[in-house]
Design a protein around this ligand. Sequence first.
Ligand code: AMP
Length: 434
Amino acid sequence: MSFSALGLSDQIVRAVTARGYTKPTPIQSQAIPVVLSGQDLLAGAQTGTGKTAGFTLPILHLLSNKVVKRSPTGKIPIRALILTPTRELAAQVEESVRMYGRHLPLQSMVIYGGVNINPQINRLRGGVEILVATPGRLLDHVQQGRLDLSKVEILVLDEADRMLDMGFIRDIRKILALLPKQRQNLLFSATFSNEIKSFASTLLNQPVLVEVASQNATSDLVTQRIFPVDRDRKRDLLTHLIKTHNWYQVLVFTRTKHGADRLVKQLHQDDIVAMAIHGNKSQAARTRALGKFKDGSLQVLVATDIAARGLDISELPHVVNYELPNVPEDYVHRIGRTGRAGSVGEAISLVCVDERKFLSDIEKLIKRSLPQEIIEGFEPDPRAKPEPIQVGRQAKHQPRRGQRDNAIAKPSSPSPSKSPAKPQRRQSVAIAHS
Ligand code: AMP
């Protein structure tokens, strides 16, 4: 199957070929024909599957095939609205729109919070066909009367599970109320909780359901290993691993923002170049750190779960869970940063006695036990007793943006995520397989 066989125009196929893609990924070969046919879509796909091109390519095709009238003021209307949970994902999606649409006369732009609103206002004045946005900043523009969403033909909710999880549901409902009733809706989600299913049923009109990987599956391309270690030896072990294996482009996860900052300082003391990316960093600092990490000038990027969502760093070789996530699904998202789109990666977790419950929750969720390996010189003390630990985000019914705090979890109590969400079996998963 080729991109042109999917019915995409030559201009789009040329842009995709120049990007180096030779054939569509499974989500692309399933989703693209559905979107081109004008139907609503409910897609189960995690990041790393090529889902972004799965919706951007057919949207570009549809919009460029149909000429629309400008408003009496000569302004181009917003015809496609793509909502994402995070700024980084919004930026990446819009970058993809521009890249794939480079031979087409369509205008796109991204709007998100944390940066000056004025350049966005100026840019919007000129008119754009494709708008990629995070919900909060989009509503800021709406409230200032600067956005007309009444001509939107296609709506995309990307990483919808994350959006609900982050408390965006009310913002999304407000945005939906501003859209014309007659439109095409595409919903992408890595997981299908009951909440997502019921939300999808209110939004989508007889959607075609496609999915590529089973929920909560971890990629076979990722080698996963557990290194048991004492809590106060984790930092030394991390430095040891990075230095002895000469690791570059290491994405390290901590549960909390303070933990991320602390680790960066410690790594500097060990002469390892590291930067942190988390919710307390300005957007400029986050963009700078990500840029350096992508171009290879930054050896280690330390991230919290929320900041890391949607990061697209191609062929990332190493992901390290310096601390295991208290929300087991976050483990799947974390290690999804490596072994992406066909490349092989390694995910290792430094696990101390306090985190045993988190580990067993994760193993239950991914339905496999992870191989453990003790590193010489870092053998954990068999008499060590678990201690309460700081946890990061909570799984469900958590406070809205900016209100998350770092709760303390008792080691012996069930994980604060409650029991891991039971994988939902999808019933009528259908349509063409590639
Ligand atoms: P996504 O799931 O959209 O975040 O995409 C994950 C990665 O796969 C990105 O780095 C894309 O550039 C890459 N990608 C998307 N489509 C293809 C394709 N057809 N062939 C190879 N790589 C792709």
